[in-house]
Design a protein around this ligand. Structure first.
Ligand code: XUL
Length: 531
């Protein structure tokens, strides 16, 4: 089989920066550049890449800042000495849920963009909103309620679109734009996600939304892979037309624009593969496989699941899988994560991770029947707050001994991940691996508890760049998918993850019994879900 060869370009348009990486044909990183919105483009006066409005709920970014940042990233790639004419294919990841509103006539301007002038000048009059909503926006509670009502309730909406209504999800954002600025909405010929918007800049034409990022809109039927007319109608008029078609995430959209060829020396044969969301991008960057689960342990903890069958619930999100068309992925966020681990470390382990680890080693799996739930702030999964400790007779207690407290926290956090992952359809399979990432994944004793609670081996990998790498991997997959190659076959040359630990003997039995108790105890203090 002849394989198209050449460099691969991956881009990540995140909240705070644009990152671009060029990889060689074996998927080894050759060069990496960043453009930080606040630092490199101070004229837009963003903080963390966004503007937080007076109501504290509305959060936007200037769309022209993104255009300028992408140009700057490409300039920096050229300055780094990389020969962009060698790039055979490119793709990207974008922060999920944000939306861009192209004004009537913008397509023509985009198609005809001349290389003599930077794109942000050419596109100046092309957007019906200069400031666009991003994923941090939570100003659409009214629209969420309306959408859930129109679809017959939160679970019915989740059954179709993979998630109940969330403020940041794009359908609700579009509904707010229509309600607040009907003229601007009417004057819009195309609505892009951040991902398909960035792809449009590379393509020199409107890029289609891919199934995976499209799943973060509360509009797409994740099984049928098409827009749900009832959802579109509940959000705004003529929406199908403004959103355009949907495509599988590995779709080759076409060659790069003549703007890119002339301004940066790209080959006219360089292909653009559909861009997707940053979380789908990370799943690709981590090279998750069927049965795997990825656990990112950071400021917030995030769990990614590879699902064969979608089982949407009132918590978490189910998206179409970006690297396997028949599969799905789930995303679950836990807000009380490393800050809570640090608080308990400071109080019960003299502020030392070594002491924290010693406490874990000094206490047995199952913690002698003691179970704790630690929510310093209102948790997302489950919606609950406060510290809840139970002894072996399921009686509420006020305190644990220091070592018991440390284990109760770590076990509680991992039991919650397993319980809520199972709620979304996760089942341990013989080949299941946990891929652990984030700050706390460097602590072997924490990882041992993770392996024991799930009863599967834990691997680690460096994923600071997972969304960007994932974009590059997906790009190459897009180029080769037509010849029948699977994603995992395409990325086999990329650096592998490292085995960190195996589950210890007998822990499976201990935690199987504990899971059932954990779930029951959680129900005793969880408040009702959002109205
Ligand atoms: C996912 C979400 C965030 C953004 C961050 O639902 O809102 O993870 O994608 O860029």
């Amino acid at each position: 089989m002849s394989t198209p060869r050449g460099f691969v370009l991956g881009l990540d348009l995140s909240t705070q920066q644009v990152k671009a990486m060029v990889l060689d044909d074996e998927l080894v990183v050759l060069t990496e550049v960043h453009v930080h919105f606040d630092k490199d483009l101070p004229k837009f006066s963003t903080q963390g890449g966004v503007h937080i409005h007076e109501d504290k709920l509305t959060v936007t970014s200037p769309v022209l800042m993104w255009v300028e940042a992408i140009d700057l990233a490409l300039e920096r790639l050229v300055q780094s000495g990389v020969d962009l004419s060698q790039v055979a294919v490119l793709s990207g990841s974008g922060q999920q849920h944000g939306s861009v509103y192209w004004r009537q006539g913008a397509r023509k301007t985009l198609r005809n963009a001349a290389a003599s002038s930077p794109l942000h000048l050419t596109l100046q009059g092309c957007f019906s909103l200069d400031e666009v909503p991003v994923w941090m926006d939570s100003s659409t509670a009214t629209e969420c309620r309306q959408l859930e009502q129109a679809l017959g309730g939160a679970q019915s909406l989740a059954d179709i679109t993979g998630s109940r209504a969330y403020e940041r999800f794009t359908g609700n954002q579009i509904a707010k734009v229509y309600r607040t600025w009907p003229r601007a909405y009417e004057d819009t010929e195309r609505i892009s996600l951040v991902s398909s918007f960035a792809a449009s800049l590379f393509l020199g034409d409107y890029a289609t939304i891919d199934y995976s990022d499209g799943s973060g809109m509360n509009l797409l039927d994740i099984r049928k892979k098409c827009w749900t007319q009832r959802c579109l109608d509940a959000c705004a008029p003529d929406l199908a037309e403004k959103l355009g078609e949907l495509v599988p995430s590995h779709t080759v959209l076409g060659p790069v624009s003549s703007y890119l060829v002339q301004r940066y020396g790209f080959s006219p044969n360089c292909q653009v593969v559909a861009f997707s969301g940053d979380n789908p991008g990370s799943l690709a960057g981590m090279r998750l496989q069927a049965g795997d689960i990825a656990v990112s342990l950071g400021t917030s903890d995030t769990v990614f699941l590879w699902l064969k069958e979608p089982r949407p619930a009132l918590e978490g999100h189910v998206f179409c899988n970006p690297i396997c068309q028949e599969a799905y992925m789930a995303l679950i966020c836990f807000k009380n994560a490393s800050l809570t681990r640090e608080r308990v470390r400071d109080r019960c382990a003299a502020g030392s991770w070594e002491e924290f680890s010693r406490a874990l080693r000094a206490t047995p799996p199952g913690n002698g029947g003691n179970i704790g739930f630690y929510f310093d702030t209102m948790e997302i999964t489950p919606p609950a707050v406060g510290i809840h400790r139970f002894n072996t007779d399921d009686e509420k207690v006020e305190a644990f001994a220091d070592d018991v407290e440390v284990r109760a926290l770590v076990e509680g956090q991992f039991l919650a991940k397993r319980v809520h992952a199972e709620g979304l359809g996760y089942r341990t399979e013989p080949e299941t691996r946990i891929l652990a990432t984030g700050g706390a994944s460097s602590n072997k004793d924490i990882l041992q508890v993770l392996a024991d609670v799930f009863n599967v081996p834990v691997y680690t990998l460096d994923t600071a760049n997972s969304a960007c790498l994932g974009a590059a991997y997906r790009a190459k997959h897009g180029l080769l998918a037509a010849s029948g190659l699977s994603f995992s076959a395409v990325v086999r040359t990329a650096p592998p993850c490292q085995l960190a630990t195996w589950p210890s003997q007998d822990s499976a039995k201990v935690y199987a019994a504990m899971l059932e108790r954990f779930q029951r105890l959680e129900q005793t203090f969880v408040g009702p879900c959002r109205p």
